[in-house]
Ligand binder design. Structure first.
Ligand SMILES: NC(=O)c1ccc[n+]([C@@H]2O[C@H](COP(=O)([O-])OP(=O)(O)OC[C@H]3O[C@@H](n4cnc5c(N)ncnc54)[C@H](OP(=O)(O)O)[C@@H]3O)[C@@H](O)[C@H]2O)c1
Length: 241
């Protein structure tokens, strides 16, 4: 792994206080690195991350472009940025998608990701990497998930162009299948169980993902210095079924 300014890598995880982002923060904090776990309410992860002395929490709403810019300006430079934010995307029949739901859906997963990517790339070390967590809905149609499909699809297209435009910085995506994270806690227990059972049945590896499965794929991309412009499926083979 390439080490830049000061000897320790600086890693930023937007959405690093829950689910996949939190698993990335925990896994990557085992390295010789200083790590920032960022979200709107980072205190939620205080307990989980307390034992990791190289992790700092920061409160930034990614939808607020000037807050994101201030965060990266204050940081000055960084080496690896991971974006794994979820928030309020509409799920339901496409014909029921109103403009209000559309704006809310675009807010975090498109606008928020773009704000972070833009501000991060402005201060990212030449040997640095940007990794976006997208989602299998971009490439495997799921009725009711058209909004997620268009958001994830847009981000996966963005990755290809940024990998060329922003080289030698590397830009990649990890595309998870169904993953057990607190994002699903809003579902009633029975519905959640049937979601994960259904995902397990459709997945060659026979189970839904755990957050750390996705974090392992993110970490692998950070460690692969000649990989850029790829969307890495991390779905236990679900896209093939
Ligand atoms: N779980 C799955 O089955 C699955 C499958 C495919 C793809 N994905 C994708 O994986 C990503 C992470 O999902 P997850 O399941 O890990 O979700 P999660 O457990 O709900 O975590 C989402 C994280 O994003 C942060 N966040 C939300 N809005 C934010 C904002 N405006 N500014 C800054 N931080 C914000 C949250 O913290 P605060 O609330 O404190 O801001 C939290 O740390 C999402 O993009 C999701 O679409 C998930």
């Amino acid at each position: 792994m390439v080490i830049t300014q000061g000897g320790r890598r600086r890693i930023v995880v937007f959405g690093g206080t829950s689910g996949i982002g939190l698993a990335c923060a925990e896994r990557l904090a085992r390295r010789e690195a200083d790590l920032w776990a960022v979200s709107r309410s980072p205190q939620r992860a205080e307990k989980r991350l307390a034992a990791l002395s190289n992790v700092r929490l920061a409160a930034v709403d990614a939808v607020d472009d000037s807050a994101v810019q201030d965060f990266f300006k204050q940081l000055g430079f960084c080496d690896d940025v991971i974006v794994s934010m979820a928030g309020g995307a509409y799920i339901g029949p496409f014909t029921g998608l109103g403009d209000e739901e559309l704006d809310r859906s675009i807010g975090c997963k498109l606008r928020g990701y773009i704000h972070v990517a833009r501000a991060a790339l402005a201060v990212l070390a030449p040997s640095g990497s940007l990794t976006l967590v997208t989602g299998l809905t971009a490439s495997r149609p799921v009725p009711g998930a058209a909004t997620l499909a268009l958001l994830n699809g847009a981000l996966e297209s963005l990755v290809l162009t940024l990998a060329v435009e922003c080289a030698p910085r590397r830009v990649n995506a990890v595309s998870p299948g169904t993953t057990a994270t607190p994002a699903w806690d809003r579902l009633p227990t029975e519905a959640r169980r049937s979601l994960f059972d259904g995902a397990a049945a459709r997945t060659p590896l026979g189970r839904a993902a755990a957050s750390d499965d996705i974090a392992a794929a993110v970490a692998a991309l950070l460690d692969a210095p000649f990989v850029t412009g790829v969307v890495l499926p991390c779905d236990g083979g679900a896209r093939l079924a």
